[in-house]
Every structure is written in C-alpha cells, then in structure tokens.
Design a protein around this ligand. Structure first.
Ligand SMILES: C[S@@+](CC[C@H](N)C(=O)[O-])C[C@H]1O[C@@H](n2cnc3c(N)ncnc32)[C@H](O)[C@@H]1O
Length: 191
C-alpha cells in the first residue's frame, strides 16, 4: 500500500518489479491519479488498485493484518505547529496502520523535512507495535537499492535537502501481547 503516491513513479516501479504482488495506492490529487493511470496503461499493469481519496478512509475499510508493505514517501510536512495535527503520522493513523499491517510487515517512510523526521521518530521509534530497523547511519541516510526514487525526492535533492529514509517493522502481535503481560522483557519483544 502506498499512501500519497503523487505522480505514481514509485508505485509503478514496484508494481513492475513485483507482478505477483497486489498494490493499492491512495492519492486524493486527481492529476496524480491521472499520471498513475497513464503508467498503468503504458506498462499494462494489472496488479494496481487506486483509491482516489484520503488514505485514512481506506484504512478504516481494510481487514486486520491484510497489508505486508506500506510506503509513505515525502508526505506533506505541515511545518507550522498549529498544522501538525494534519500530518499523516499521528496517533490515530499509527493505530490504524498497526491494525492493518501483518506481523512482520515493513513500513517505509521518507521525508526531507527535519522537523517531520524528528516527529516520525518521536511517534514510532519507541512505539510498542513498531521497531525502527536501523543499525548504522547509512540505513537512514541512503535510499536502499530496492526503493525506487520519487519526484519529491528529486526536488529535495535538487534544492540541497538530504532526505531521511526510515524503515519500520510491525512487531508480532503475540510478542507484543506477551511483553505487555510481562511474560518477556520489553527489550526482547522483537520479531
Ligand atoms: C509532497 S507529495 C509527495 C508525493 C510522492 N509520494 C513523492 O514522493 O513524490 C504528498 C502527497 O500526499 C498526498 N496526500 C496528502 N494527504 C493524503 C492522504 N490523507 N491520503 C493520501 N494521500 C495524501 C498529496 O495529495 C500529495 O500528492
């Protein structure tokens, strides 16, 4: 699932690379939807479904543990403090993501806004249902090879802003429940 696919270049590249996988893209911007439809037509993709609206509404409809990979790439940063509540990464959406992601599912996100990066980490790095997959600085400074670039990434780089690439894993529900019940130590509550 890709949230806010923009012009759809990342979703198209992923759908072409993994024809056996079904993809859902959410994007309320009609020109973006039109661009993605153009790519679908150009590459004859039959594994992409589009929701032309708010991803939060789709999340409400998805069954538990139904998504294996999620992508939130360069979401609108809403830099003013009074607008922070509009950011996609917020407690209600994180809870919805934790519900729809399968155990072990990966959630990739990227931003070129330092404030939003701190916000993402503040909300997710210590979250009981997510683990930040990071071992060394290059893990968040460099885009992995299997992560296709997007238009907004190109814009950020051209304007001299270094993006952060964050990868999270949805923890196993059983392990999280055991940790909450004190059956295992918090530090061992990893998949
Ligand atoms: C800054 S653009 C990034 C587009 C693309 N991901 C990229 O990296 O080039 C953010 C996109 O998120 C979309 N968006 C904003 N709120 C959204 C929401 N609630 N659900 C889905 N998409 C949303 C916007 O329409 C916009 O296309």
């Amino acid at each position: 699932m890709e949230i806010g696919f923009g012009a759809g270049e990342h979703l198209t590249a992923m759908a072409r690379a993994h024809p056996e996988v079904g993809f859902i893209g959410c994007e309320p911007f009609i020109n973006g939807v039109a661009r993605l439809l153009g790519f679908i037509d150009q590459y004859q993709l039959d594994n992409v479904r589009i929701v032309d609206g708010d991803a939060a509404l789709l999340l409400d409809k998805l069954p538990d543990a139904s998504i294996d990979r999620a992508f939130l790439l360069f979401p609108d940063p809403w830099p003013k403090r009074r607008h922070h509540k509009r950011r996609f990464v917020r407690p209600s959406n994180i809870a919805a993501m934790a519900r729809v992601l399968a155990d072990g599912a990966r959630w990739r996100m990227a931003t070129d806004d330092a404030g939003y990066c701190r916000w993402m980490l503040a909300h997710l790095a210590d979250h009981p249902e997510f683990e930040w997959l990071v071992r060394r600085p290059s893990d968040w400074r460099c885009r992995p090879e299997d992560w296709p670039p997007t238009r907004y990434e190109g814009k950020a780089l051209a304007e001299g802003r270094a993006p952060a690439y964050l990868g999270f894993q949805r923890r196993s529900r059983q392990v999280t429940a055991d940790a909450a019940n004190g059956l295992i130590k918090g530090g061992e509550a990893h998949i």
